[in-house]
Design a protein around this ligand. Structure first.
Ligand SMILES: *[C@@H]1O[C@H](CO)[C@@H](O)[C@H](O)[C@H]1NC(C)=O
Length: 323
């Protein structure tokens, strides 16, 4: 996504003292750490991209092949000329539409209640730093390896789906497009391009998220009490493929630069969260603001394992790219 400019889009650290070096700011910002308290993980796995899979690994076999040649003669939401992939067109009754499509395409139905789909993306132009594209290739390879182990699909977006959603805002139209293009997926896992999955065998405990539609890692006190935009990190989040999530994306996008309400939201975010209108500030605000509503209760700040971790924090302060 063009907006993912490496110079302007730097992941925050909850440890504000961890100012990355100029090199690091250019090419990497977040190191994703799937580091469950109940799973065995070592820091050295950061550097190992194709670790052999031990015998004990409960690896998932790929889904039984989807029947890509079959298309139902009955019409589905895809045939509706008013249906759009872009974020400016609201979708109604998505849960029913998705279900109806699955009924008509039975080879996609098994596991559609918990199928995970990974989405990432980068700008379409080359990185400005000399090793940027090299590192992005490796971080993408890391995600593909993870998908291969677990039988997940992945989508790498490198086009600007909405010219008015620059920077981190660009992840919203990408996630939205994947939701409607992949009705067979129950969960979408957004990962920033510069994240690395460090525990390749770790499976996201989706069964624990039955009552939730949006999950990301963070520090609840920082968001709910201190109203800090650094109390969470939206470089890695899980979002359920359902109407609630499309509504969330609409509400979230309404706070962003493509919205006529952008100036109003900028002021509110500065007043309430003391930070400008990044996608992450807007999300932190929404989670805080809606904490007492039934809508907000569907959002979880996960604290039991690291769905993300800042590399300077999780790597003991070292630069993981110096090798
Ligand atoms: C949520 O409810 C708590 C407890 O009643 C209250 O202290 C807090 O101000 C409420 N938060 C918001 C954002 O409405």
């Amino acid at each position: 996504m063009t907006g993912f400019s490496h110079t302007s889009w730097r992941k925050p650290s909850i440890r504000t003292l961890d100012r990355p070096s100029i090199f690091l700011a250019g090419v990497v910002s977040t190191l994703l750490l799937l580091w469950a308290f109940f799973s065995v993980s070592t820091i050295d796995s950061i550097f190992i991209y194709s670790r052999p899979i031990p015998e004990s690994c409960q690896c998932t076999q790929p889904d039984p092949a989807f029947n890509l040649k079959f298309d139902s003669p009955s019409s589905t939401f895809y045939d509706d000329p008013n249906f759009g992939y872009t974020i400016d067109e609201s979708i109604k009754n998505w849960d029913q539409k998705r279900q109806a499509w699955l009924e008509l395409h039975p080879s996609f139905k098994p596991k559609s209640h918990d199928r995970l789909f990974i989405v990432t993306g980068s700008q379409s132009t080359p990185c400005t730093g000399p090793s940027g594209d090299h590192i992005l290739l490796r971080t993408y390879r890391n995600k593909v390896d993870y998908c291969r182990i677990h039988g997940y699909d992945i989508f790498y977006n490198n086009v600007k789906l909405d010219p008015n959603m620059p920077g981190g805002w660009g992840k919203l139209p990408a996630v939205r497009a994947v939701m409607v293009a992949h009705p067979e997926a129950e969960w979408i896992w957004w990962l920033d391009e510069d994240t690395v999955i460090t525990d390749m065998e770790y499976k996201i405990p989706l069964h624990q998220y039955e009552g939730y539609n949006f999950v990301l890692h963070g520090w609840p006190i920082e968001v709910y009490e201190k109203k800090s935009w650094l109390g969470l990190n939206d470089g890695s989040f899980l979002i359920r493929n359902c109407q609630w999530s499309l509504d969330l994306l609409d509400i979230w996008a309404d706070m962003g630069p493509r919205s006529p309400n952008f100036d109003k939201w900028t002021k509110i975010l500065l007043d309430e969260f003391n930070h400008g209108p990044t996608d992450q500030t807007a999300l932190a605000y929404l989670i805080w603001k809606k904490q007492n509503d039934s809508f907000g209760k569907k959002m979880l700040i996960e604290t039991r394992y690291y769905l993300e971790g800042y590399c300077m924090g999780v790597n003991g302060g070292g630069n993981p790219w110096e090798y």
